[in-house]
Design a protein around this ligand. Structure first.
Ligand SMILES: Cc1cc2nc3c(=O)[nH]c(=O)nc-3n(C[C@H](O)[C@H](O)[C@H](O)COP(=O)(O)O)c2cc1C
Length: 418
């Protein structure tokens, strides 16, 4: 698992994070998460249920968190001046509850505090990221589903439902805990945005990554977009409750960041155009973060060209790929609200203002691509958000996830009340 420090603005650096681990086999993945949190400068304390103690090593967790690990028996110490569950509950700024077993879910939802972890959860006022994990049939059982449903209404809780996959019990289905990389992203989101689900019930379409235009099967023209900004925007919207469709070109992001999104791979501008036409009427908002290659060979070839033929074909010229943002805007109303993206070098703002006036989308986020540490592929971004009535909001350099949340707040404010 790669851990990427997000620099001085890392939302987890210096935060006090309580990691609660219950009795699911997915507990074996938590040492990686704890290690990543410690490397990012978080203060981490782990609390295990008795079942979790049998599945993952408290010694490993203590070593990786650089802190002692708290077990159920510790709460009965006669040397503690205050009850341990209250101490831990008040210490925590954020709680990661992963994996969350069916039993621990039931205890929590029904207000039962019969273990150190269970009573700590009842006593804390910190926001909790809760990632469920269990066998497919357990997950589909009426009692568990009812408890999970009830959890959705809890204040300060960000519930992360299990994903589909091959489970340790050899079943294929829903039940797998969110991957560690997604847990870290959701924690970042909880730390930087919070737990409120203001996109609940909204449908959002996001485009991300580069498109490619092929001259022949061996050669294409594209751009350095990795898809990071668009994918983070899509996942942030999902964590805020949206139903998200993602149309994406070739991506260079953590595959786990795509969990919970309805993804469709595209390659060329024409494929993206076709998908947009099919889907645009079914959503309330579209975020056009894809970096669409804006020209293509006039005469693409099915077979690979040899060097001499290549020269002739390059001379044969290029044609423009249709302007997909403009096409979307022209087809309204009715139609979704549209957030456009613009990457510029040089003096960004005047170019962005001219583009915003020309395109007619609802919002335009313009970012420089010639500044070190931000833009294409970087963990951070910056720029200007242009909005209705000529509003211009400067966005200072910050992690792309924080930028994504700012853009989502601006976009949701334009939607009719849900
Ligand atoms: C090997 C093993 C794997 C288990 N995996 C899960 C699981 O993924 N999810 C779950 O809800 N229970 C799982 N269980 C059952 C729980 O450990 C059991 O229900 C226990 O009561 C949970 O208690 P706790 O929430 O206090 O840890 C597993 C049990 C064993 C022995």
């Amino acid at each position: 698992m790669r851990t990427e420090p997000l620099g001085p603005q890392d939302p987890l650096a210096g935060r006090r994070i309580l990691v609660g681990i219950s009795g699911s086999i997915a507990a074996v993945k938590l040492p990686l998460v704890v290690s990543a949190l410690a490397k990012r400068g978080a203060e981490v304390r782990c609390v295990l249920t008795p079942s979790a103690e049998r599945l993952v090593s408290p010694v490993a967790l203590a070593s990786l968190s650089r802190q002692r690990c708290w077990l159920d028996a510790d709460q009965w110490s006669h040397t503690a001046a205050r009850p341990l569950h209250v101490e831990l509950a008040e210490w925590a700024e954020l709680v990661l509850l992963a994996p969350l077993s069916a039993t621990s879910l039931g205890r929590w939802v029904h207000g039962l505090g019969d273990s150190l972890l269970a009573s700590t959860l009842l006593a804390t006022e910190a926001p909790v990221l809760a990632a469920a994990a269990m066998n497919t049939t357990m997950w589909a059982s009426p009692g568990v589903l009812a408890n999970w449903q009830q959890l959705q209404g809890f204040e300060r809780v960000l519930p992360l439902g299990p994903a589909e996959g091959l489970l340790a019990c050899d079943r294929q289905g829903t039940g797998r805990m969110a991957e560690p990389e997604l847990l870290l992203l959701a924690l970042d989101s909880l730390a930087s945005w919070g737990w409120r689900r203001d996109w609940q019930g909204r449908r959002l379409l996001v485009t991300a990554g580069p498109t490619r235009e092929w001259l022949d099967p061996a050669r294409c023209i594209s751009n350095p977009s990795t898809g990071r900004m668009g994918v983070l925007l899509a996942q942030a919207a999902r964590l805020r409750g949206a139903e998200v469709q993602l149309l994406h070109g070739p991506l260079q992001v953590e595959p786990a960041w795509l969990e919970g999104l309805s993804c469709q791979r595209i390659d060329t501008g024409a494929e993206l155009q076709q998908q947009l036409r099919q889907r645009q009427s079914g959503v309330e908002a579209i975020a056009m973060a894809a970096a669409v290659a804006d020209h293509r060979p006039a005469d693409p070839q099915a077979d690979k060209l040899d060097k001499q033929a290549l020269e002739a074909h390059l001379a044969a010229g290029w044609q423009m790929v249709p302007d997909l943002l403009q096409e979307l805007v022209q087809q309204r109303p009715p139609g979704p609200r549209i957030l456009g993206f613009a990457a510029h070098s040089g003096d960004v703002l005047p170019q962005a203002q001219a583009k915003f006036a020309r395109k007619g989308c609802d919002l335009l986020f313009a970012n420089p691509i010639d500044q070190a540490g931000t833009g294409f592929g970087a963990a951070s971004n910056q720029g200007w958000l242009l909005g209705p009535g000529g509003a211009v909001e400067p966005i200072a350099p910050q992690p792309k996830l924080a930028v994504a949340h700012r853009l989502l707040s601006a976009l949701v404010a334009l939607l009719p009340p849900g």
